[in-house]
Design a protein around this ligand. Structure first.
Ligand code: BT5
Length: 211
């Protein structure tokens, strides 16, 4: 059987493409990506040497996207929380993002975390790359094999989305309401509607009457 590999690279278009060809257990880490990707063909930008940019090849799991978020939030620690579905948030600002791509027999979990630089309005997790990478591998190993109900419980604890008033952009319309729960498939429940994919904007509550 093919052995898992740890691949460290300088600059690549995207660590996701390199990882896709490797067996489960492999990790690809790069200093820089020239075409780093977010979800929905968006871009992930990080100047060379300023971020953790890694793709992990894992077995498939029904809630892998949430499990990866939980693993990354625990690895970062220090008050890192999760915005649905799995943005890493520090003090209300995005410090990292996760992109899960599923192939037939495996999944590639791409994680980008700002370490020493961040775009305007974003946050960074000021930790040494190798320490964070090691914790991430350990936590991903744990959560990618965990029972879905445990993943959901931990996600709820780490969430900054539940209880918030949100706006969700859906194909052809916008939904506004309170994000009350995630269901057992990981969909966000907003005013009783189950949203399985989309972008969530946290809305502020009305003006504080005491101010
Ligand atoms: C994500 O997408 O947040 C998933 C990002 C995954 C990146 C990793 S890096 C290793 C692996 N290889 C890849 O090619 N990708 C993965 P999404 O939720 O769609 O968010 C993308 C949006 O985040 C962009 O449209 C920007 O608005 C914002 N963004 C881009 N770079 C950022 C950064 N460094 N920090 C914070 N926000 C950023």
């Amino acid at each position: 059987m093919e052995q898992p590999q740890i691949v460290r690279l300088g600059s690549v278009p995207s660590t996701q493409e390199v990882a896709r060809a490797l067996p489960i257990g492999s990790v690809v880490v790069a200093d820089h990506q020239s075409s780093g990707r977010g979800r929905l063909d968006r871009r992930w930008e990080a100047p060379p040497g300023t971020a953790l940019l890694a793709s992990f090849v894992l077995p498939r799991h029904p809630l892998l996207s949430l499990a990866a978020g939980v693993a990354a939030a625990e690895a970062c620690g220090g008050g890192t929380r999760l915005k649905w579905p799995n943005d890493l948030m520090l003090d209300g600002r995005k410090a990292g993002g996760i992109l899960v791509e599923v192939a037939e027999s495996k999944a590639v979990v791409g994680i980008g975390i700002n370490l020493t630089a961040a775009p305007p309005g974003a946050a960074m997790v000021e930790q040494p790359l190798d320490d964070l990478l090691e914790r991430l591998r350990e936590r991903l190993g744990h959560w990618s094999a965990a029972d879905p109900s445990q993943v959901l419980d931990r996600w709820r604890e780490l969430s900054v989305t539940l209880g918030q008033r949100v706006r969700v952009e859906l194909p052809g319309r916008t939904l506004e309401g309170v994000a009350s729960e995630i269901d057992d498939r990981g969909a966000l429940v907003v005013d009783g509607e189950h949203v399985s994919a989309g972008d969530v904007i946290h809305l502020r509550a009305g003006p504080d009457p005491l101010k």
